[in-house]
Design a protein around this ligand. Structure first.
Ligand code: FO1
Length: 306
């Protein structure tokens, strides 16, 4: 069983590639919930939804979040009444938040709700929230401490990041914890999500980093940096602000000896990277074929390790 750790867009694409080439019993995808928040009275789990919509083949390719072919009547009407429209909830996407919120209020865990919504979208693979309890990421910036979506969406990642405050006192969900202990675990694959915003919140949960390492299975990451740029999102800007080299070497240094291997793009084949073993291949995923090919290469690589 491959345990994939994923955040938003880049992570979801590789997760979909892994799901395309592995049967459901051989893959579990644990998703960051540090971006989750309550908005307009709804429980919003952006990364879980991005992974779910991507695996279901209904993700919005232009936005990178939400559902393809979305309509915005709800937002337009809310705006006419002077309501909050900085965080855009499309009409179809809204149904997810309504249903998730209803189930959570009825006493179901985020794990149970996530599994039910994935199943309703025809997804057989396991999508597991990193935590059932809130574990919000706080962004410490030159404008003060900001809740994640205030930083990311309301302020469009403009403030300068000084540090990330993760949730060290929150434990992993019972489902994630069981996956860490699963005798069938073969390898951990850290998807090409933002290491600071999307992956660190998962690794920072109580006991996760040490328990994963103690399993003794291969842990590999796919670098989200290609040619000194982030494929999408603010990773490069944040790395520069934190004084980290904006390169795969910077990603390798950040993960340190937590990872055994790093997958980098052919563009960066000449880069001097200390520490992990390297797999050099095309990591940009433009199509479903790209995702499946990269996933197959990564699986082949980690399986020859054991
Ligand atoms: N990102 C934006 O940049 N603007 C939005 O208005 C926005 C709305 C939104 C609604 C639902 C959802 O699941 C995600 C949404 N996102 C939006 C994306 C999201 O905030 C971030 O991409 C993730 O939190 C980072 O992985």
């Amino acid at each position: 069983m491959i345990l994939a750790l994923a955040g938003g867009v880049g992570g979801a694409k590789l997760a979909a590639g892994l799901a395309a080439v592995l049967p459901p019993e051989e893959l579990a995808i644990v998703v960051n919930t540090g971006d989750d928040f309550e908005h307009l009275g709804f429980a919003i789990s952006p990364d879980i939804d991005t992974v779910t919509y991507t695996l279901a083949g209904i993700a919005n390719p232009e936005l990178g979040w939400g559902i393809a072919g979305e309509s915005w009547a709800f937002m337009e009407q809310l705006g006419r009444m002077g309501g909050e429209t900085w965080f855009r909830l499309g009409d179809r996407d809204l149904a997810t938040h309504v249903e998730r919120t209803r189930r959570l209020r009825g006493g179901e865990s985020l794990t149970t709700v996530t599994a039910a919504l994935a199943s309703a979208h025809g997804i057989a693979h396991r999508i597991v929230p990193m935590a059932d309890d809130p574990a919000p990421t706080i962004v410490d910036t030159d404008e003060g401490r900001l809740a994640f979506q205030d930083y990311f969406v309301r302020r469009q990642c403009a403030p300068r990041v000084k540090a990330l405050q993760l949730a060290p006192d929150v434990g992993p969900s019972a489902a994630f914890s069981a996956l860490i202990d699963d005798p069938a675990l073969e390898a951990v694959v850290i998807c090409p999500s933002n290491p600071w915003l999307s992956v660190d919140p998962i690794l920072a949960l109580r006991g996760v980093r040490s328990r994963l390492r103690a399993r003794g299975v291969a842990i590999v990451a796919i670098s989200p940096i290609i040619g000194g740029k982030a494929v999408k999102g603010p990773a490069a800007k944040i790395m520069a602000e934190l004084g980290v080299p904006v390169s795969s070497a910077g990603v390798a240094a950040h993960y340190g000896d937590f990872i055994d291997g790093l997958v980098i793009d052919v563009t960066d084949r000449e880069e001097a990277i200390n520490g992990p073993q390297l797999l050099v291949t095309e990591t940009l995923m433009r199509s479903p074929d790209d995702r499946a090919r990269l996933a197959s290469e990564v699986i082949g690589w980690v399986r020859q390790w054991n």
